[in-house]
Write a protein of this length. Sequence first.
Length: 358
Amino acid sequence: MSADIEDLIVVNALGGLDNPNAPASASASGALVQTSDQLTIDERTLADAHASGVTAINVTLGYTLGDFPPYQHTLDEIRTWDAIIAAHSRDLMRIDTAADIAEAKRLGKIGIIYGFQNAAAVEDRPERVAEFAGLGVRIIQLTYNQANQIGDGSMAPGNRGLTPLGRQVVEALNEHRVMVDLSHSGERTCLEAARASTQPISINHTGCRALVDLPRNKTDEELRLVASKGGFVGIYFMPFVNASGHATAADVVEHIAHAVNVCGEDHVGIGTDGTITAIDDLDGYRALLAEQVAQRQAAGASAAGERADTFPFVVDLRGVDQFRELARLLDERGYSSTRIEKILGLNFHNYAKAVWGS
């Protein structure tokens, strides 16, 4: 491609800012859940983020799973991230509007987008959406893999769809201009929420079920509906993009290509579901992986395709060069520089303008 990645807006629609090699990291410790106060945002983490060319990252905060009180834990997590950004104000800034993404690029900072991967903290009170929006939350994913009070996740056997309370929550998200994220949702929940929403919606990190038939991947019907509503689809760098679980960068490109064919080039981007700083000792990490997978399975939080013999990331598409490598592979596929720019971040930026305003 003709433009350097440093000249582009690059948005990771679901990612992490952490040094996974640090002892406190879930990747290093084998912990089931890593809370925001355990993140290691050190000199290497920040240097790697800058070197990668990323402009903004949707980071997961708040309750996702575990034995935490969802509402209070979520408030604690927001305060933790406020403190992280304040402590690293030369490097980080919170993203509240689409204009902030462009401003982060101009200032050479890493934009942090506050996002949930489970709306459990709303509980039975849709009015809490206003509170979370006021605290800077810009993305709320309706469910994780399990069912919650809003709808069924991708691994819930009932596939019951959006609940009446869930419809109220979607309405509140629209009212307060918070992105409705349908990643991890069951098929009926996804379709019904997409139809109920009056704002564009997103699936910030997923794969294509037409290529790999796993519940965490989305059907063409889901992808097409989200795009038809002006929404956004982010393809992840996860094992679910290959039926064997041993995913490669080439698999990620195939899923991006399929999504572009289904959704059009204006609605597809990336949501890696991983950190920028790579795990250094893959052999040592492999020894912890079985424990992590077993814990997730015991908690009912794992998805089909998670196995002890597969990494939860794409080995040849990680580290500080992951976005450059993806751009190179898309260029080799014959994609124009304009299309690559859209996939790397412009499409998410335009989606943000539609939902958050400029």
